[in-house]
Design a protein around this ligand. Structure first.
Ligand code: BTN
Length: 270
């Protein structure tokens, strides 16, 4: 994971730091609420370079003008229709390659805890309901004070969105979230995330892999591996492997794919 494309901060209004009571973490997680920013991930990464912020911290934005997704994609969200959250945390070491899988598992567990039970994960880190995307995760890291800064970005559809890709929102799933509740949700997810990532980093990958497998929407399905629109392999999804790679059983044998520039797609009747 690397830091990519940190853009300029375009608009920044009404910054307030809210000290929130602890939910599942010992220390309260400070929450910064921005009216508008290019990208909450970029904002945290640039703050780390300025050295003016204490970690861990969560930031949410009502409007993102340059939201970023995996593989250089854009994350487009209408105001108040999406949770745009980034959580920055300091680690002693470089985060392991499987950290974004642990983030996905944590988000799923948070949703299930709120009664959104139909959710699953698409490797490496899309939050899905069946074939529809509910949210996406973008983890980035940089060097910080002899260790690392991990920035976990989460975009979650709160209201139905206009997208060329099939998607679903919390409202579609029966969970109504008003604009004034979005920060509450961001804070709550951020606190759960810190707790869960602490546990994952302490216990290691095996536990994360087991949990991911439980929620893997592609497990046992026919899938294809795509890189920049080109199909590389197709076969049966065998699931998570060492270090967060993904195994596909192809006609030529077992193939292990790393996150990199690759995406998984379901093979439908073609
Ligand atoms: C993906 O689906 O490819 C990941 C999308 C991640 C979007 C979130 S929104 C909050 C944070 N800020 C960003 O610029 N991106 C992430």
């Amino acid at each position: 994971m690397t830091v990519v494309g940190v853009g300029p901060l375009l608009w920044l209004y009404n910054v307030s730091v809210v000290n929130v009571p602890p939910l599942m973490v010992t220390d309260p997680l400070p929450l910064i609420e921005l009216d508008q920013v290019d990208s909450t991930n970029s904002w945290l990464l640039s703050q780390s370079r300025l050295g003016q912020i204490e970690w861990p911290v969560a930031v949410i934005a009502r409007v993102q003008t340059g939201g970023r997704g995996r593989l250089g994609r854009k994350w487009v969200a209408r105001p108040d229709a999406s949770l745009c959250l980034s959580v920055g945390m300091q680690l002693k070491k470089v985060p392991p390659s499987w950290i974004s899988l642990a983030v996905g598992v944590s988000v799923i567990n948070w949703l299930i805890g709120r009664g959104v039970t139909q959710v699953g994960l698409k490797w490496p880190n899309d939050v899905m309901v069946g074939a529809l995307k509910l949210g996406g995760i973008l983890c980035e890291s940089s060097c910080l004070n002899g260790g690392s800064l991990l920035v976990v970005g989460l975009g979650l559809n709160v209201e139905p969105i206009d997208s060329e890709n099939p998607s679903v929102s919390l409202r579609d799933l029966g969970l109504q979230v008003g604009p004034d509740q979005i920060s509450e949700i961001g804070r709550s997810i951020g606190e759960c995330l810190l707790l869960d990532l602490n546990e994952a980093l302490t216990n290691g990958f095996a536990q994360v892999a087991t949990q991911f497998r439980t929620h893997d929407v592609f497990l046992g399905q026919q899938v294809k591996v795509v890189e920049q629109g080109q199909e590389l392999y197709r076969g049966k999804a065998v699931g998570i492997a060492e270090e967060g790679a993904y195994l596909i059983e192809t006609q030529k044998g077992l193939v292990s794919i790393q996150s990199g520039d690759l995406s998984l797609r379901q093979v439908r009747d073609e």
